[in-house]
Ligand binder design. Structure first.
Ligand code: HPA
Length: 338
């Protein structure tokens, strides 16, 4: 592999001149710049990123720690994070916590040891000591989607409350009165917020959410299956099951079908998060869609602002209801918003 010395020899200039050209330094003649760039091209020279990091104390790498890489929501989030980071000149190293605080700490430690310039986190729980310590110590950090209250870090998230109100209005309009939710873990902000928003929206219609209609899930399909089976065994089962993420929706669908029941004739089903396969089920699933791509891009911009010394603030984006046919809608599908 060609070294910077080889480039200098080929171009007939000093190593310092090559370095100035590669770093876009203005004090280089046009002739020297052309010779250097021609030599770089001819020799296939690649600058040593590690050596540069040692010199500049910057790696131009961001860490992204997400709670579940197998959840399509987080996969889409990771994709947009990587895209925006690339556009801004950064690479991304992903750590999958698999909803385990110990793995989350492992990834945070590994990423900090690698001297990433900043950390994007969708936290797995509220109590990960290393992450909190890093935030307090001033490591550039941004929370995305999930967040930890009381930690002074910008939060880039979705507020789904208005969309949940739209969903409840839609369900009420279809005549449903017994509505149940498969909740995510109470230790996550997203788990708490979705139940809170649902309860609040029902109250506006004078409907209480009884404990028996709140099933405790863990954002995984199996819990959606288990909770839905519990709902279906109740003396008065719900008319609607609202699953607080896409994987629990899948589990709910399995449980409903295993009972030989049909959506929406026997029970309605709605989801938080919209994922591509929701249009391929029969019937297609009514869902609350987050602007996931925009969330990831906004999170990267906030983090890079912090890294590069510009002010960065929290951003809250709205979700929207996408009406399909899983709640007993008239047979032609329509979208509530374009
Ligand atoms: N968990 C699972 N799915 C999600 C979440 C979450 O925290 N946020 C958005 N979709």
């Amino acid at each position: 592999m060609a070294s910077i010395k080889d480039v200098a020899a080929e171009a007939g200039v000093s190593v310092a001149t090559v370095s100035r050209v590669l770093n876009d330094h203005p004090s280089v003649s046009a002739d020297a710049r052309t010779r250097v760039l021609t030599a770089v091209e001819a020799l296939g020279y690649r600058p040593n990123a590690v050596a540069r990091s040692l010199r500049t104390d910057q790696t131009h790498a961001l860490g992204l720690v997400i709670s579940d890489v197998l959840n399509p929501y987080f996969t889409e989030l990771a994709r947009s994070v990587e895209e925006e980071a690339r556009a801004l000149g950064y690479s991304v190293i992903i750590g999958n916590a698999d909803e385990r605080p110990d793995l989350q700490d492992h990834h945070v430690r590994t990423l900090l040891d690698r001297r990433i310039d900043g950390l994007l986190v969708s936290p797995t729980d509220g109590g990960s000591p290393l992450m909190l310590e890093a935030a307090r110590a001033g490591t550039p950090m941004v929370f995305v989607d999930r967040w930890i209250p009381g930690v002074d870090v910008p939060v880039i998230r979705t507020d789904g409350r208005a969309a949940v109100r739209d969903l409840v209005a839609h369900l009420h309009g279809l005549g449903h009165r017994r509505l149940a939710i498969i909740a995510g873990p109470a230790a996550t902000t997203t788990g708490q917020e979705r139940v809170g928003a649902f309860r609040e929206a029902l109250r506006a219609y004078g409907i209480e959410l009884p404990d028996s209609y709140i099933g405790q899930g863990d954002f995984q399909a199996e819990s959606g299956r288990r909770v839905t089976e519990e709902f279906l065994r109740l003396p008065e089962p719900p008319e609607v099951v609202f699953a607080a993420d896409n994987l629990m929706t899948l589990g709910a669908l399995d449980a409903i079908r295993a009972r030989g029941m049909r959506v929406p004739h026997d029970i309605a089903l709605a989801a938080f998060d919209d994922v591509p396969w929701f249009v391929h089920t029969d019937p297609p699933i009514t869902a609350i869609a987050q602007p996931t791509g925009e969330l990831g891009r906004a999170a990267v911009r906030a983090l890079v602002d912090r890294i590069e010394g510009r002010p960065s603030t929290s951003v809250t984006l709205p979700a929207r209801l996408v009406v399909r046919r899983s709640c007993g809608e008239p047979s032609q599908s329509r979208r509530s918003t374009p």
